[in-house]
Design a protein around this ligand. Structure first.
Ligand SMILES: [Fe+2]
Ligand SMILES: [Fe+2]
Length: 202
């Protein structure tokens, strides 16, 4: 899907849907991280107001997703708890730092990491939707379908923002995304070996 180089094992989704409560708790943390990641990019690259505006809009949408997942948690009597250690995002950023240097500004790599996280969560929402049990409430199913479309749009927005930030070096963005996607695929495979379950985004 999109730029992804490794498909999530279909066993991930069949395992995940056996505990939708756990999926929801994990999902809430992922939405909050998506919002804070977009805002941290705003803080780091505040001189570009076009970028600031686009990223705050993404953050606003992620925060709204977070609030809506919290609504589902509340309705089910679940607790949010502390966020789990996010090995996927940490390893993705380490992989980004290991890529060979180019003339591209660092913001491009950071935006492409955002794009990959969006692409992976989108892929996983699709897998989840395909195996949701009959007992899954209609509003939760509809929410996942809505999010699938929204995270796909975020993926495209992050890639477009990276192209824009690259300016005259835009031709370097696609190979950079491919290199990051290759690293991301390795991370997903290795995390799957360590823990078959994984999270909504990795
Ligand atoms: Fe989201
Ligand atoms: Fe998103």
């Amino acid at each position: 899907m999109f730029c992804l180089r490794a498909a999530t094992d279909s066993a991930w989704a069949t395992s995940a849907v056996t505990d939708l409560d756990a999926v929801l708790v994990d999902h809430a943390h992922c939405e909050m991280k998506a919002a804070t990641n977009a805002l941290s990019l705003v803080v780091r690259h505040s001189s570009d107001l076009g970028l600031v505006r686009a990223l705050t809009e993404i953050a606003r949408e992620e925060l709204e997703h977070f609030q809506r997942v919290v609504d589902f948690l509340e309705a089910r009597g679940l607790r949010l708890g502390s966020p789990p250690v996010d090995d996927y995002a940490a390893e993705l950023r380490r992989a980004m730092n290991r890529l060979p240097a180019t003339d591209l500004p660092l913001v491009v790599d950071r935006l492409l990491v955002g794009a990959l996280i969006e692409a992976r969560s989108c892929e996983r929402f699709k897998l989840l939707i395909q195996v949701l049990p009959e007992s899954c409430p209609a509003d939760l199913r509809a929410f996942y379908e809505e999010l699938f479309a929204c995270e796909a749009r975020h993926y495209r927005q992050y890639v477009d923002l990276a192209l824009r930030a690259a300016g005259s070096l835009a031709a370097l963005v696609e190979p950079r995304l491919q290199a990051l996607a290759e690293a991301e695929a390795g991370i997903v495979r290795s995390l799957a070996e360590r823990d078959a379950r994984g999270t909504v985004h990795g």
